[in-house]
Design a protein around this ligand. Structure first.
Ligand SMILES: Nc1nc2c(ncn2[C@@H]2O[C@H](COP(=O)(O)OP(=O)(O)O)[C@@H](O)[C@H]2O)c(=O)[nH]1
Ligand SMILES: [Mg+2]
Length: 223
């Protein structure tokens, strides 16, 4: 009996965490909207191509928009350094033992940085490489982009339905490797659409540049 009660307490705590996170996510959204800063989140496994995608997007947008990227990682500032080479500002958040960013991390950045510098610009957040932990912890972004690569196997989408339900745009990356891997990309597209029928799905290669313009258009960013 005592054991059952303890289990219930844990469930309540988790629900609180999620609803508190959502409240602060809405606060992030309204602060950024007021400053006229667009906000997009990128999620996906380690090595899927999240940072490379951001580098390619920033290459095209940096001359027109002020861009800030928040990179979440367990440790190191490798990704933040990569981003800065393309003319964007970056902040690395090392989460240590936590496997995802939450809305409080973003709130802290917004509060401590002179966010007015990015007015009229764009904030991208690259979440910690992971297809599970970020699912429920929205950050307040206008759109969440989930990146998978065909090197993760044809079933990677089917195995992570929650994250695909909680995202707006799916990017299936590294299609330049299709011949070597013999993955059926059309099946992956259909898996994403059967989990989330209103999701936009774009197949990309950061090697050839295929699909990058389509992503920028899907985010509604004018070049
Ligand atoms: N062949 C190929 N390699 C890619 C592509 N996109 C990314 N990569 C490579 O995959 C590795 C991991 O990419 P990265 O952007 O760091 O992944 P992240 O961990 O999701 O940020 C790097 O060596 C990239 O050069 C792609 O479309 N095709
Ligand atoms: Mg990265």
């Amino acid at each position: 009996m005592t054991e059952k009660k303890d289990t219930l307490k844990v469930i309540e705590l988790n629900e609180d965490l999620i609803s508190n996170n959502e409240r602060l996510a809405r606060e992030n959204q309204s602060i950024l909207k007021e400053k006229n800063i667009r906000f997009f989140e990128v999620v996906g496994a380690i090595g899927a191509g999240k940072t490379t995608l951001l580098e390619k997007i920033i290459e095209q947008l940096a001359s027109k928009y002020k861009i800030l990227v928040i990179n979440g990682d367990v440790t190191t500032r490798i990704d933040a350094d990569r981003i800065e080479r393309h003319g964007a500002s970056s902040i690395q958040i090392n989460t240590g033992r936590e496997c995802a960013l939450n809305s409080y991390h973003i709130y802290q950045v917004i509060q401590n940085l002179d966010i007015n510098d990015f007015s009229g610009g764009i904030l991208f957040v690259e979440n910690v490489g992971n297809l599970i932990c970020p699912s429920d912890f929205i950050l307040g972004a206008e759109k969440r982009i989930v990146v998978v690569s065909i090197t993760e196997g044809e079933w990677v989408i089917k195995k992570h339905p929650l994250l695909f339900k909680m995202s707006d745009l799916a990017v299936i990356n590294k299609i330049d490797l299709q011949d070597v891997l013999e993955v059926n990309i059309e099946n992956m597209v259909q898996d994403a659409l059967s989990i989330n029928p209103i999701m936009k799905v774009i197949c990309t290669s950061m090697e050839t540049g295929e699909g990058i313009a389509e992503i920028i258009e899907a985010l509604g960013i004018l070049l």
